[in-house]
Structure formats: structure tokens, C-alpha cells
Write a protein that binds this ligand. Structure first.
Ligand code: BGC
Ligand code: BGC
Length: 736
């Protein structure tokens, strides 16, 4: 037999011997694929046919077991023996946060992928598996990969084009290990910083994650599979994961439908518009109903109203959580599949899962057409990705893992993500010739600066991967490294230094383990280090390495400068680029910075008075000519300028649904707006994302508190359904 070709090389038809065997689970050892003639034997193998035709042909040849397998995703390490992949017709494999290979390098990951894929191809129909992983800030499971700032830092850059380039770099590194699918981006809108996943959010307003959906285009390319190294993206976690009461991970988001649509839905809408291939559901609930059981949100809103044609994947063991007991039941599976889940991240007990799923189908509780719809969605993505033509790793990308070009891009992202919050007396930028004392637990710790999801689910402190620590970046930037003294605890400092640089903050965590309901303060070690530095009388510059704003209001008066570095990843030199003024600081807060944890939740437009507002960020001139934003005089703001555009989303006999998009056309933030238009005799039956009054055939919609404020150029949309016909309204917008 000849081996299947590597992915993304020129396509040759992969013609496998096809025997339409009806198998029941578990199957006998499946036959080896046999390479037949150079031309495609069957329509689904013919890459020149349109994808929908190939899917239809393939579906017509699949047994029920083949179809159930396509809806099944399992953890690589729970696959024992490997031949089960073919025997059970498993459609997808993932690596969870702690799944690894040994030795952990790109080559072994690629070999592991190819080995699994070769096994999958031994089934009669030779349907390739699709392999997914959490490459959430770079290809973070792989030691030696380039790690970019976590999403909160990318949000601070306010640079969607940069984020698209980051997505492209991640796609190349992921492709170099064979992997087809990334469980990113998280489009969570983090509304309460006590939530342990705040750092996975681009920011607290719907606009910021919406703008950063460029990451999806970076991963997939403009059209999935059309270009090289195209990786399927996942918009997660649908929907409302960042809005849970108290910031509790996997908690309950208690908001009206209008608020859910206004705050949490917009990034998903934009992701769908960009053609995102997959959507992962959220563990969280909306007003007590779990997303994985919410047919209205998944089938009606996501697939219907938003027109999502990709597939919906459940979160890790989330279907099994539906009844609150561990262990799958048929009822849980039926609830999830009928809500609209197309692929279940099982992830362990695939035998039990498949037996139960089969039972639900044969009992008629899940229809054949639901199974076919799920398969059509999954298979369409496999065809579009080119998996049938090029199932194996394209090794030409393997050397991009941790490449100099990607690290340079990451360093750019780091410097653009730095947010300068305080700079008394212009102590920053530091002189390169200054005598410096560097301290703090995160000054020389690649694990701390990378955070969670770094070579392991929770991440950990220490030299977990290759990169440049903040201290190494500082030493590389100064004129004479012997003038830089480092002591983690701040011991040995005396008054002879120009500045003390304290790199303090959070140690790594992921998901629920990062929830901090009891406060967001600095730990004892940091407080003691800071106290030692301060006692020396040397001006203290704090670099905060953290996944979110911390409760620092009490200590801030004792610091001369504060730079929020977020979780920069492996390229610590990006921090020193800003510290020494090679580049001007340009980052803006992606979240409101609370006065204390007790002020949470605190968000833009909610009328609270944070320590630093959303969008805050100071600057100074950089020595590098490229981005020097100061001292550009800001033009006098023109408050309240806005426009409104009307669009009929759908119309039917006797009614219609419409959307009105409000744009801030002024040069100052728009905090209040109202839109009015002539209803042309129609009557509004429901309206979301605004508050409505009608008088004399005119509708007036005003912003609600949760709309927040719109930065210049930003848009927000409200929608409504109405009885009658829309006519040709010309809405008028007035701002305040
Ligand atoms: C896995 C993660 C997963 C988590 C869920 C961990 O063991 O490695 O991928 O997200 O469990 O609880
Ligand atoms: C997380 C997801 C992740 C999945 C797989 C879950 O615990 O919530 O974000 O994609 O595990 O690792």
C-alpha cells in the first residue's frame, strides 16, 4: 500500500478501496486501505466535485455506526488500543490541556498525529479524523512553541490586524504538528475579573472581542482550506461564559435576553460572518438552563438566526455534566444532540457513549435527520480543510514552531499590549545606562509570565518552556548588564540605584482554579518584596504580570510607575522595549480596573467609578521612529455625533425582523444615543438591545445601561420583530 499524502501539498486523489460494510460497534479489525488507481473511484473522493455533492455521496455510503462515530470526539490518551479509532469509527481526537507526547517537541507531535490519522484511514470509507487542541496563546502544549500574550493582552493592543497575524502564526505552528483544529478564540466577554478565565477574554465590552475575531481569519485564511496551513477555528464558549454571577466559572449568567444579545452575542455573530468552522458551547447556564441543553440558543439563534453552517462541539465532558451526576446517560445525550450539539467531546468513555447514543437513535429519541445534519456539518469541514486529499502533516511547517519570525511577532504583540497606568515624574522610560535593581517572583520566570494553558492545563512556575524572561529582556536592553542587580525577594538593595523594578503578580492557573471570589490582592511574597524595595528609598517601578486587574489601590501611592504587562508569554523582551522607551507604550485597558475586588463587577458604562477606566493608558515618546503616538494633540471632541442604518433581516407575510446599527461618527465616546424612525403603520412586538417607546407611529429607541459607551468609529446594533411591513424607514440618530 502507498501512504496517504501530507496535507496542503498539491492534491492527488486518494483512492481507497471501499467496501460498504455494515458494522456494529465494536467492529472486527478493519481492513487496511488499499491505494487503487490514480483517479478517484467514487464521487466523494473526487476533489473536483463541489463539497456538498461529496458530502451527499459519502453520507449515502455510511452506516449508522459510521455516522455516530463522526459525532464522537475523544481524548488521545483515552484511546486504548489505538485500533479502536477505526473499529469505533471515531471522527475526532483531541488533546486536552494535560495531554502530551514524549519527548515533547513538534516532531513527536507530528509523528503522533500521523500515526493516528493512518489508523483512522483504515476504515472502509477512509474518513480522516479531525484533531483538535487548545492553542489559545500560541501552540501552547508544545514545548518550544512561540507563546503570545494571552487574549487580555491582545485586547489591550487594540490592533485587530496584529491579532490576525498572530492567528496566522499560530496556524502555521499548529499545522507543523499535523493538527487541524484549534479550540480558539475565546470570544468571552469577561464582566467580572474574579472569573478565572478573564485572561482568555479580549475585553469586557462586546466591541473588543468582536474586533478581534480577525484571529479566526488568521487561523483559517479568508476561505477555509483554500490556502496553506489553514486551521479550523472555534468560537467559544457559546454563550455568556463571561457573564456568570460572581464571576464563577461554569456558573449561571442571570441576564435578560436583551442583555445577553447586547453583551455576549455580538462576537459570535461576527465570528459566523467570518465563516468560523466550529462553535464550542459553554459550561455555563443562562438563567438556570445549561447551554448544552438550550435548543433555543443553539439551534434557533446560532444555527437559525445567525446562520451558522459549521458544527457545534460540546465542551469537555459537559454533556455528562447535564444531570449533575458523573457518568453518561442516554437522556443527557439526547438533550444535547437535540439542542444542536453536532460533536460530543466525550472525552474518555467512548464505548459507553456510543452504545448510549445508538440506543437513543434506535429508540427514535434522536432522529435520523438530526444525525445526518450533524454529519453533514462535520464532514463539510473535513472536506473543506482538504483532509481527504492531504490527511497527513505538512512537515514544511514543522520548523516554524518557535521560529525567530514568530518570536519577533510575539515580541511586537507584547510591546503593543503593555498598558502604562502610572508614571509619576516621568520616571519611565528608564535610561539604558541606569543602575537598576530588579526583583519579584515573575522577573525571571517564563512559567509565571506565560500563565495557564502552558505545557499543561494549569501552567506552572519555572522554566517550563523556551523563551526570554522579563529580566533577560532587561539585561539585553541595557548598555552594561553588570549595572543590573537581581534578587527575587528584593534582598540586598541599597540607596545607590536609580530605580527598583518589581515584577510581581499572579502565578499560573486555568479555568475554575483561577476563580478568586475572596479578593484580587497581591500575595504575601509580593507585598514583602515591595516593602523591601520601598524601604530602600529607591523609586519603585512595578511591572504587573497578571491575568487581570489586581487589587492594588492600597499600594499604588508608594509606586512611581505601574505597567500592566498581562501574561506576555515567551517574549519578555517586548516588556523591556517599552520600559526603556524603544517603543512608546500604546496599550489601552481592555477592562475597567477596579478600586477593590468588592467593586466587582465593574464595567464600562455601568456608572461605577473604577480606579482606571476602560480604555485608559498613558504614553511617552519612544526612540524608535515607528509608533510615536505622543505628543499628538487630540482634536477637540465633537460629542454626540452618530448615524443609524436600518436593515430588514427577514420578512414574512404579516411581519418582519429588522436591525438598526448605531455608529459613533464623533470623536468622543458616545455614552447615550437615541434613534427614531417612522414605523410605517407596523407595530413592534419585541425588541432587544435597547429600550423602546412609541408615539404617533414613531419608534424611539434609547441605549440601555449594558450598551456601555461606544468609542469613536464603533458600532452597536439593536433589533426587533414587528407586525406589518417595514416600509423604507430612514432612522435618525441623536447622541448625548
Ligand atoms: C483537561 C483539560 C480540560 C479540563 C476540564 C483537564 O484534565 O486536561 O483539557 O479542559 O480537564 O476539566
Ligand atoms: C475548556 C475548553 C477547552 C476544553 C478542551 C474545557 O475544560 O472549557 O475551553 O477547549 O476543555 O481542553
Amino acid at each position: 500500500m502507498s501512504l496517504p499524502p501530507a496535507r496542503r501539498r498539491p492534491a492527488t486523489a486518494l483512492a481507497l478501496c471501499v467496501a460498504a460494510l455494515a458494522l456494529t460497534v465494536p467492529a472486527a479489525a478493519a481492513p487496511e486501505p488499499v491505494a487503487a488507481s490514480a483517479t478517484a473511484a467514487l464521487p466523494y473522493q473526487d476533489a473536483s466535485l463541489p463539497v456538498p455533492d461529496r458530502v451527499t455521496d459519502l453520507l449515502s455510503r455510511m452506516t449508522l455506526d459510521d455516522k455516530l462515530g463522526q459525532m464522537t470526539q475523544i481524548e488521545k490518551d483515552s484511546l486504548v488500543p489505538q485500533s479502536d479509532l477505526a473499529a469505533y469509527r471515531i471522527g475526532s481526537v483531541l488533546s486536552g490541556g494535560d495531554s502530551t507526547v514524549s519527548p515533547n517537541n513538534a516532531q513527536t507531535w507530528a509523528d503522533t498525529y500521523d500515526s493516528l490519522q493512518r489508523t483512522a484511514l483504515t476504515t472502509p470509507l477512509g474518513i480522516p479524523v479531525i484533531y483538535g487542541i487548545d492553542a489559545v496563546h500560541g501552540h501552547n502544549a508544545v514545548r518550544g512553541a512561540t507563546l503570545f500574550p494571552h487574549d487580555i493582552g491582545l485586547g489591550a493592543t487594540r490592533d485587530p490586524a496584529l491579532v490576525q497575524r498572530v492567528g496566522r502564526a499560530v496556524a502555521e505552528e499548529v499545522s507543523g504538528t499535523g493538527i487541524d483544529w484549534d479550540f480558539a478564540p475565546c470570544l468571552c466577554v469577561a464582566r467580572d475579573d474574579r472569573w478565572g478565565r478573564t485572561y482568555e477574554s479580549y475585553g469586557e465590552t462586546p466591541e473588543l472581542p468582536t474586533a478581534m475575531t480577525t484571529f479566526i481569519t488568521g487561523l483559517q485564511g479568508e476561505t477555509l482550506g483554500a490556502g496553506p496551513a489553514s486551521v479550523l477555528a472555534t468560537a467559544k464558549h457559546y454563550v455568556g461564559d463571561g457573564g456568570t454571577a460572581g464571576g464563577v466559572d461554569q456558573g449561571d449568567t442571570r441576564v435578560s435576553e436583551a442583555e445577553l444579545r447586547a453583551v455576549h452575542l455580538p462576537p459570535f455573530k461576527e465570528a459566523v460572518r467570518r465563516g468560523v468552522g466550529a462553535v464550542m458551547l459553554s459550561y455555563s447556564s443562562w438563567n438556570g438552563v445549561r447551554s448544552h441543553a438550550n435548543r433555543y440558543l443553539v439551534t434557533d439563534v446560532l444555527k437559525g438566526e445567525l446562520g451558522f453552517t459549521g458544527f457545534v462541539v460540546s465542551d469537555w465532558a459537559a454533556v455528562d455534566q447535564l444531570d449533575g451526576q458523573s457518568g453518561f446517560t442516554g437522556t443527557e445525550i439526547t438533550t444535547a444532540v437535540n439542542a444542536g450539539v453536532d460533536m460530543v467531546m466525550v472525552p474518555h468513555d467512548y464505548k459507553k457513549f456510543l452504545t448510549l447514543l445508538r440506543g437513543e437513535v434506535t429508540a427514535g429519541r434522536i432522529t435520523q435527520s438530526r444525525i445526518d445534519d450533524a454529519n453533514r456539518r462535520v464532514l463539510t469541514k473535513k472536506f473543506q480543510l482538504g483532509l481527504f486529499e492531504r490527511p497527513l502533516t505538512d512537515r514544511s511547517y514543522t520548523s516554524t514552531v518557535g521560529s525567530a519570525a514568530h518570536r519577533e511577532l510575539a515580541r511586537q504583540a507584547v510591546r503593543e499590549s503593555q498598558v502604562l497606568l502610572k508614571n509619576d515624574g516621568g520616571i519611565l522610560p528608564l535610561a539604558r545606562s541606569a543602575r537598576l535593581f530588579v526583583a519579584g517572583k515573575s522577573a525571571d520566570d517564563i512559567g509565571n509570565q506565560s500563565g495557564g494553558w502552558t505545557v499543561g492545563w494549569q501552567g506552572r512556575s519555572g522554566p517550563v518552556t523556551d523563551g526570554t524572561t522579563v529580566l533577560q529582556g532587561i539585561r539585553a536592553a541595557v548598555t552594561d548588564p553588570s549595572r543590573v542587580t537581581y534578587d527575587r525577594y528584593g534582598n540586598g538593595i541599597d540607596s545607590g540605584y536609580s530605580a527598583a523594578v518589581a515584577v510581581v503578580g499572579e502565578t499560573p492557573y486555568a479555568e475554575g482554579r483561577g476563580d478568586r471570589p475572596n479578593g484580587l490582592g497581591l500575595d504575601q511574597e509580593d507585598l514583602q518584596t515591595l516593602a523591601r524595595l520601598k524601604a530602600s528609598g529607591v523609586p519603585v517601578v512595578v511591572i504587573l504580570v497578571s491575568g487581570r486587574p489586581l487589587d492594588i489601590a492600597g499600594e499604588l501611592p508608594g509606586w512611581k510607575a505601574l505597567l500592566a504587562a498581562w501574561l506576555p508569554g515567551t517574549e519578555g523582551a517586548g516588556v523591556s522595549d517599552v520600559l526603556f522607551g524603544t517603543r512608546a507604550p500604546t496599550g489601552k485597558l481592555p477592562v475597567s480596573w477596579p478600586k477593590s475586588a468588592a467593586q466587582e463587577p465593574v464595567n464600562d458604562g455601568d456608572g461605577k467609578d473604577p480606579l482606571f477606566p476602560y480604555g485608559y493608558g498613558l504614553t511617552y515618546a519612544g526612540t524608535d521612529p515607528t509608533p510615536t503616538p505622543t505628543p499628538t494633540p487630540t482634536p477637540a471632541p465633537t460629542p454626540g455625533a452618530c448615524t443609524a442604518r436600518f436593515r430588514t433581516a427577514s420578512a414574512w407575510q404579516g411581519g418582519y425582523q429588522a436591525e438598526i446599527t448605531v455608529e459613533n461618527t464623533g470623536s468622543a465616546p458616545l455614552t447615550g444615543w437615541s434613534v427614531d424612525w417612522d414605523l410605517a403603520g407596523s407595530t413592534v412586538s419585541s425588541l432587544w438591545n435597547g429600550s423602546l417607546t412609541t408615539a404617533q407611529g414613531h419608534a424611539t429607541v434609547r441605549n440601555a445601561a449594558f450598551n456601555g459607551s461606544l468609542i469613536p468609529g464603533a458600532t452597536t446594533t439593536f433589533g426587533f420583530t414587528a407586525n406589518g411591513s417595514a416600509g423604507t424607514p430612514v432612522p435618525h440618530c441623536a447622541g448625548s
